[in-house]
Design a protein around this ligand. Structure first.
Ligand SMILES: [Zn+2]
Length: 149
């Protein structure tokens, strides 16, 4: 899942934002390659558009360093030089995306109405990304449902 490949939305998103992803021109080598599943695509695309607008208005620099799922929601790490105002805009865009992923299935993009939590460290190891999935996607994945509701 989310393996680096030259096809699919990630391979389109990364070169669409050479101002955010480095090195530019080699999407598969980009530091911030989105290592997340398809359900978070729109949230990420929206965040990138908002970040670009903030960086362009500011004239500063931005570099996505890591984009991944952790504990059921998005983590978007970056570095760069921005004015305090632009930094606030960027952090708001990222905070909003991260907050939305907490209630959005990483696989199908459907709303997760309940906060799903791994029942134990063992189930966490069996399905490390289970917390980011809706119950339907977990079941269709053939996995146990290591969750409490
Ligand atoms: Zn789902």
């Amino acid at each position: 899942m989310a393996l680096r490949s030259d096809s699919g939305w990630r391979a389109q998103l990364v070169p669409s934002y050479p101002d955010l992803f480095h090195p530019a021109g080699d999407p598969l080598a980009a530091e911030g390659w989105p290592a997340v599943d398809d359900g978070w695509r729109e949230l990420l695309e929206r965040a990138c558009a908002r970040i670009r607008a903030a960086v362009r208005d500011d004239g500063g620099s931005f570099r996505a360093t890591q984009i991944k799922e952790k504990y059921g929601s998005l983590r978007f790490y970056w570095s760069g030089r921005l004015s305090p105002e632009a930094r606030t805009r960027v952090e708001e865009a990222i905070d909003l995306a991260e907050a939305r992923t907490a209630t959005t299935c990483e696989v199908c993009g459907e709303a997760r109405h309940r906060k799903l939590r791994p029942r134990s460290a063992v189930s966490c190891r069996i399905q490390p990304r289970a917390a980011a999935r809706c119950a339907r996607c977990l079941r269709s994945n053939g996995g146990v449902l290591p969750l409490i509701f």
